[in-house]
Write a protein that binds this ligand. Structure first.
Ligand SMILES: [Zn+2]
Length: 350
């Protein structure tokens, strides 16, 4: 009898122990943050002054690479338009090479939340093409049904396949939004509710080198006004410059892009995005200028002319590699001269 009692008590204790552990596990969803050592930084080549690729896409076409007459899944001569096969390959390539997506706005604000040893990457899509997010209808609840072969359909499949990829992208739109009259407003709302961002690509895809001050204000202001109506306070104040024009920050129209008075309102733009050709500086580098950011044209050119292959080869030596902590900036001491004076976060050199 005694033995049975002791056994019962023991069983109860083990049971309680287990329960306690389970509760603790639930309370701490995230694994315990352990202090990293210099060895961890060395082993992971941590360098938060490294470069960050901002990829520039336009259209994604439901085609195989073998169905185009151009190199590696380009649908046009310059590779602005790409096949779905090429886009899927790109996403696999970035992931398997240790890149994880971050929002453009987080990059500009210096909030790079990527796990230890991984590198940030930013995706952008210009022109609001219907194949960026093609809606095929509405479900019984009135929610949009997204074509799995459009860019967002593919991105959503990667969200499921690699939850740690942190899938996100910024879409830069013109006055036609996503070219789907009956769904445009639902699309914009769906995107911002599902972790994507919307930015400004001017009302008529204007070339800022060819127009005057008033037209410049109108082109930027009309898009912000439209976004204010459909997704107020939920869009990003970033302008992707059509054709990358004007090509200089000192161009007289730049002031109207950054500070736009239109229809009695003033809109302030944080960043302007250029076209091409290579990765950008770390937001903690003294080289960083959020007002004028370079992008990499996401295309294939057999490893030359700053295509994806060439850029990611260059990045092997220069890429930003995270310490896994969004609040501290970890840099090799050999790079400390590159550190910007305006960094407000804690900096660790090793
Ligand atoms: Zn464009």
């Amino acid at each position: 009898m005694k033995k049975v009692l002791i056994l019962l008590i023991l069983l109860l204790l083990v049971g309680c122990g287990k329960k306690e552990n389970e509760v603790t596990d639930n309370e701490n969803d995230k694994p315990e943050v352990k202090e990293l050592t210099e060895e961890d930084y060395i082993n992971n080549n941590v360098n938060e002054l490294g470069e960050v690729p901002i990829m520039m896409y336009h259209g994604i076409h439901a085609m195989k690479n073998s169905e185009t007459s151009y190199t590696g899944g380009n649908v046009d001569k310059d590779g602005y338009q790409r096949t779905t096969e090429a886009f899927i390959n790109d996403l696999e390539f970035y992931y398997s090479n240790g890149y994880r997506m971050i929002r453009l706005s987080d990059y500009v604000d210096g909030n790079i939340d990527v796990e230890l040893g991984k590198s940030p990457i930013i995706l952008t899509f210009d022109d609001g093409l219907s194949n960026a997010i093609k809606v095929t209808g509405l479900d019984s609840n009135g929610n949009i049904i997204i074509d799995p072969n459009s860019a967002v359909g593919i991105l959503e499949s990667f969200k499921k396949k690699y939850p740690d990829y942190n899938v996100t992208a910024t879409f830069f739109i013109n006055g036609g939004l996503f070219e789907q009259k009956e769904y445009n407003e639902k699309i914009l709302n769906w995107l911002v509710d599902n972790g994507y961002d919307i930015g400004n690509h001017t009302y008529t895809h204007v070339n800022f080198s060819d127009v005057d001050a008033n037209r410049s204000k109108e082109e930027v202001g009309k898009i912000y006004e439209l976004l204010d109506k459909i997704i107020p306070n939920k869009y990003v104040n970033v302008v992707a410059l059509p054709y990358g024009s004007p090509y200089s920050l000192t161009h007289s129209n730049m002031q109207y892009i950054f500070n736009t008075e239109y229809n009695g309102k003033t809109y302030v733009t944080k960043s302007a995005l250029r076209v091409g050709w290579k990765a950008e500086s770390s937001p903690f580098s003294s080289d960083f200028n959020p007002k004028f950011l370079k992008r990499i044209r996401a295309y294939d050119n057999d490893g030359v002319e700053f295509d994806i292959e060439m850029n990611f080869k260059l990045l092997e030596k220069t890429r930003y590699i995270s310490d896994g902590d969004v609040n501290t900036i970890v840099i090799p001491s050999s790079k400390s001269e590159m550190l910007s004076d305006s960094v407000k976060k804690e900096v660790k050199e090793y």
